[in-house]
Each structure stands twice: as structure tokens, then as C-alpha cells.
Design a protein around this ligand. Structure first.
Ligand SMILES: C[S@@+](CC[C@H](N)C(=O)[O-])C[C@H]1O[C@@H](n2cnc3c(N)ncnc32)[C@H](O)[C@@H]1O
Length: 285
């Protein structure tokens, strides 16, 4: 743990919480980064996973008395934390009926932190069922996402892991680009961005920022530069042809053929794929 993390408010409040809690040392710098702006604000903060209540007490002190802190747990014993002034709901994060009832009672919320069961369906359900009920400017935070890489208990890595679900959402976010003509859904319309930290994934919600983007231009006179995107290969050969065998370029069909071969050929695609494959392999090791 670095020295700066030991100075952070969340770390100090965690260490001095009256009830037991277990966290990973990298989490506090993330908490400060994503939660600081909500301190002393009138917000509704929900934590899935109460256990002994250590983190609820930490959040209460961190956000201040204007914040309402709510806990959710499947274990009925966690109701005992109500004596500290928290509202505790008993239910499962994978249960749509539970969520329907919860949001009917609580209305929209600002922040939800998932420190519940950490299994794929549990993490995915939190995002799916809570997304419609998060206020603009709010966040969904999924903690302990390292479970997406653990075999024991979590059956990961898997095609249907929470992290792969995030991959799907990345596509939903890109659907807002004017270059794509796919339908926008609630994920495209509400999730402005996703931040990935070690073992924590943060979804920033803001429907006002989620508009379909259009190509726009600066006021200066329109002019285009040649884009050299496809000019990476065969530079010397191309030069030679242009210099010595330029007559080939004058024959339409040959010019087209040369362009296809030197600029966007299957050969180039294959070469690039191999290079990327190598890079991926290198990164994975
Ligand atoms: C890691 S502990 C929470 C620790 C607590 N946040 C802290 O830091 O002090 C996980 C809790 O999630 C609860 N849990 C597990 N699966 C759940 C589910 N499907 N729905 C709601 N809570 C669940 C467990 O009962 C347990 O109390």
C-alpha cells in the first residue's frame, strides 16, 4: 500500500470503523477519486453486501449526515445494523421482484456499490436492474471484479462473465456514434462512461451526456489532407512503380489492381492480424 493511500479519509475511516470489514489496499484511492465530490451532499447511497456492517459505518462517516446510507443483504442477521440508523433491506441482488419492490419504496438513487456475492450473475444483475433507477450524475460501482478471473467458486474466465458483459456495454456506448446505425437501448442512453480499476468497475450515469454524436466542422475553410492510413506498406515498391513503371498506372484495370494489392489487400489484413496476435500474446504473458 502506498503512503498516500494511508492518508486518505476512506482508509482512516475504514481502519477505525467500529465493526469488522475487509477491503483490498488498492480500493481507497479509487473511492476517493470517484466519491469525493459527493461528500456532505444530500445523496442516497446503497451498498449491496452488509455482512458485519463495517463498511456501512465507514460510508456514513465519509459522506456525512446529509447522506442516506442503505444496506442490502441476503442474510437476515444484517438487519441488526438498523440500530445504527441504517435502512437494511433483505433480499437477493439477482431477484427482479426484490429490486422492483426496493425502487418502489426508495425511488431514484445516486450511488450503488456492489460488494455482494461477486458471482457473474450477481454483478450483471446489479447493473441491469439498477440502471433505470440511477439519477443523472450518479454511479454504479462493482467491487471485487477480480472474481472474473477466478476459477474456484466463480467459474471464470467465462464467455458470460461480468467483464464480458462490460464488453457488450462498451459496444452500446459506441452505438451513440453517428457512424453506427444501430438502435440505442437503455445502456446506450444512460451509461456515459465506464472506468476500469484493479478489481473495481465504475459506470458513470448521465442520460444528458448520452446523445447521438454528429460530425461537425471548425469554422475555417474546408480542406482535406490525404489520410495516410493505408500507406504503411510497400512504400519502396510503390515508389519504384511510380518512377519506373508509371505507364502501369495509366491502365485503369492495373491501377485498380495495384491499389487493391498495396493499400487494402487481404495480405495486409493478414499481416496486421499476425502482428496484433503477437502483441496480445506478449501482453498476456
Ligand atoms: C464481502 S461481504 C460484504 C462486506 C461489507 N460490504 C464490508 O465491507 O464490511 C458480502 C455480503 O454479501 C452478501 N450477499 C451474498 N450474496 C448476496 C446476494 N445475492 N444478494 C445480496 N447480498 C448477498 C453476503 O451475505 C455478505 O454479507
Amino acid at each position: 500500500m502506498n503512503k498516500e493511500s494511508r492518508e486518505l479519509a476512506t482508509y482512516k475511516l475504514f481502519k477505525t470503523s467500529k465493526k469488522f470489514s475487509l477491503k483490498w489496499s488498492s480500493y481507497f484511492q479509487v473511492y476517493e477519486k470517484i466519491f469525493s465530490k459527493y461528500r456532505k451532499k444530500k445523496i442516497k447511497f446503497v451498498e449491496i453486501g452488509v455482512a458485519n456492517g463495517g463498511s456501512l459505518l465507514m460510508w456514513k462517516k465519509f459522506f456525512g449526515k446529509n447522506a442516506e446510507i442503505i444496506g442490502i443483504d441476503l442474510n437476515p442477521d444484517t438487519k441488526k445494523m438498523e440500530k445504527y440508523g441504517f435502512k437494511i433491506y433483505i433480499g437477493s441482488q439477482i431477484d427482479p421482484v426484490f429490486w422492483k419492490d426496493f425502487f418502489k419504496k426508495e425511488g431514484k438513487i445516486d450511488l450503488i456499490l456492489d460488494d455482494g456475492g461477486h458471482k457473474n450473475l450477481q454483478q450483471i444483475s446489479t447493473v441491469h436492474y439498477c440502471l433505470p433507477h440511477i439519477k443523472d450524475g450518479g454511479k454504479i460501482i462493482i467491487e471485487d471484479t477480480v472474481t472474473n478471473y477466478l476459477k474456484k467458486e466463480f467459474n471464470n474466465p467465462s464467455k458470460y462473465s461480468f467483464i464480458n458483459f462490460c464488453n457488450l456495454i462498451i459496444e452500446m456506448i459506441h452505438r451513440r456514434s453517428g457512424l453506427l446505425h444501430k438502435k440505442l437501448n437503455i445502456y446506450s442512453r444512460k451509461i456515459y462512461s465506464i472506468n476500469f480499476f484493479e478489481s473495481i468497475v465504475v459506470f458513470s450515469i448521465n442520460s444528458k451526456k448520452c446523445f447521438k454524436s454528429k460530425e461537425i466542422y471548425s469554422k475555417a475553410k474546408k480542406e482535406w489532407e490525404v489520410d495516410y492510413r493505408h500507406h504503411d506498406y510497400f512504400t519502396e515498391t510503390k515508389k519504384l512503380i511510380n518512377k519506373k513503371y508509371n505507364f502501369l498506372n495509366k491502365i485503369n484495370i492495373i491501377r485498380k489492381l495495384l491499389r487493391k494489392l498495396f493499400y487494402r489487400s487481404a495480405l495486409i489484413n493478414f499481416y496486421e492480424k499476425q502482428k496484433i496476435k503477437k502483441l496480445f500474446k506478449y501482453i498476456k504473458n
